[in-house]
Write a protein that binds this ligand. Structure first.
Ligand code: ADP
Ligand code: ADP
Ligand code: MG
Length: 472
């Protein structure tokens, strides 16, 4: 049984893991760089240790973090998302030092972390993938030759990419020739690997992903899907479970593909299999994230499964708490990533002092935040400062609740994406549950909002549009 966990992360996800530990009677140990001295995860964990002046480097130093886990008497380590969460070496170092790594095996991390290796594994398992290159591209000439064969537009992607970076859509040979060196150098800098590959660009796709859980006994189940099509520059902004765009048959099909993908790599712990869903109803495997995901909250809200606690139980060697047929879903959940960014200024990060923070409440509202009144939001990290997740029994009720909760939430002192989300909520497409990954680019007018108070008129207008789309 795990008694003490080192949380190798920061921000809201570190707080989320500390909360799971507290409910399970497990002690938690936080780590923090100097810039994070006043961060929330430091206050919430049972113990906290300074890892030095480098704001980012400290969170990436696997040897030092595992040493700290050993020195502080931890028996396990949770990597969260980002940072070292998909680093197979961290999992190996943990194994050598007899610290339980709360995540999949180093082999599964390696295989799925490499997008071309993952594609190969999926092809072998009969899971459809986006048409594209066999392995990595040797040079720009090879890229041009292949693109000619599969047809433009194509996506040029970094093999070890993530977080929406290292991806470029190319509409022509000129685009591709121009983008190639740039993506290679970006990938080298950001991910330490120059490998790139090509995929056909799916036109107006929806991003549908399946949450899976696997235990050490070989059981794999899914917790249904999430729709993460509301994205800006390939980065998710709003996530929904279940997808309002799938029929029950499509849902069953994609969830089965997710489980098949996980089984083929003997996947253990929590993971996400990402698919693109085209306008003709086909699913294509895109990648697998071998870690806890930012948007796991929406799945927790519709299934009632605590995914972080399940991760810990799996790492302990216990079998899954649920059989597939025991997983029930109820209602809809939507998560909004509240980023400290100014939507009106090209989403420029807006760091600084949070002069006032009010966490919204009431029925069906959940916040996972890293901020508090008086906190100096540091400039060295991700701009996401909170996640707002709302749940309701029906689609129309969750829309109304989302609007109410966004107005209820108060983040002052920095600009945030909150007013932009209110605009998205007010569109007929979003309310009808019909949107693809191009939605934000196709609606530049959504940035023309002015900060306003909820008036009874506005509420009534939105309620009327929602009523028109009832029945989802
Ligand atoms: P999710 O799929 O959980 O929504 P994101 O793609 O938003 O994840 O990434 C979550 C965090 O992890 C972000 O801070 C992102 O920059 C970081 N991240 C994701 N993949 C990588 C990677 N391959 N290398 C470095 N950082 C990554
Ligand atoms: P990351 O590792 O950064 O999450 P993904 O491979 O998951 O990268 O792609 C991120 C996003 O980029 C997808 O959600 C989708 O919007 C877009 N995308 C990726 N591949 C394609 C493709 N072949 N066609 C169209 N859009 C794509
Ligand atoms: Mg992805």
């Amino acid at each position: 049984m795990i008694k003490k966990i080192l949380v190798a992360n920061r921000g809201e996800i570190a707080v989320r893991i500390v909360r799971a530990c507290a409910e399970m009677g497990i002690k938690s140990v936080a780590i923090y760089a100097d810039a994070d001295r006043h961060a929330l995860h430091v206050k919430k964990a049972d113990e906290a240790y300074n890892i030095g002046p480098d704001p980012v480097g400290g969170y990436l130093n696997a040897h030092r973090i595992v040493n700290l886990a050993v020195a502080t008497g931890c028996d396990a380590l949770h990597p969260g998302y980002g940072f070292l969460s998909e680093n197979a070496q961290l999992a190996e170092i943990c194994a050598r030092r007899e610290i339980i790594f709360i995540g999949p095996s180093p082999e599964a991390i390696r295989r799925m972390g490499d997008k071309t290796a993952a594609r190969e594994a999926m092809i072998a398992a009969g899971v459809p993938v986006v048409p594209g290159s066999d392995g990595n591209l040797k040079n720009v000439a090879a890229a041009v030759k292949l693109a000619k064969k599969i047809g433009y537009p194509v996506m040029l992607k970094a093999t070890s990419g993530g977080g929406g970076r290292g991806i470029r859509r190319c509409n022509s040979e000129e685009d591709l020739t121009r983008a190639f060196e740039r993506v290679v150098s970006e990938a080298t800098k950001a991910f330490g690997s120059a490998d790139v590959f090509l995929e056909k660009a799916i036109v107006n796709p929806r991003h549908i992903e399946v949450q899976v859980l696997g235990d050490k006994q070989g059981n794999v189940i899914h917790l249904f899907e999430r729709d993460c099509s509301i994205q800006r520059r390939h980065q998710k902004m709003i996530e929904i479970a279940p997808s309002p765009q799938l029929t029950d048959e499509q849902r069953a099909a994609v969830c089965e593909l997710g489980v098949r993908a996980a089984k083929i790599v003997n996947y253990e712990n929590a993971g996400t299999v990402e698919f693109l869903f085209d306008q003709s109803g086909n699913f294509y495997f895109m990648e697998m994230n071998t870690r806890l995901q930012v948007e796991h909250t929406v799945t927790e809200q519709i299934t009632g499964v605590d995914i972080v606690q399940e991760q810990i139980r799996i790492a302990e060697g216990q079998s899954l708490s649920y059989r597939q047929e025991e997983i029930q879903r109820r209602g809809y959940a939507i998560q909004f990533r509240i980023n400290a960014e100014d939507p009106k200024n090209d989403f420029l990060p807006s760091f600084g002092r949070i002069t006032r923070y009010y966490s919204p409440g009431g029925p069906g509202v959940r916040t996972d935040a890293a901020i508090y009144t008086g906190y100096e939001f540091p400039p060295h990290y991700d701009s996401m400062c909170a996640k707002l997740t709302v749940w309701a029994l029906t689609w129309d009720k969750v829309l109304a609740r989302a609007r109410r909760a966004l107005f209820d939430m108060g983040v002052h002192g920095v600009k945030t994406t909150k007013p932009f989300y209110l605009e998205i909520l007010a569109t007929p497409e979003f309310q009808a549950g019909k949107f693809d990954t191009g939605f934000i680019e196709q609606h530049p007018e959504l940035l023309n909002y002015s900060i306003r108070r909820p008036t009874a008129d506005l509420a009534a207008a939105i309620a009327a549009t929602i009523a028109a789309h009832r029945g989802l």
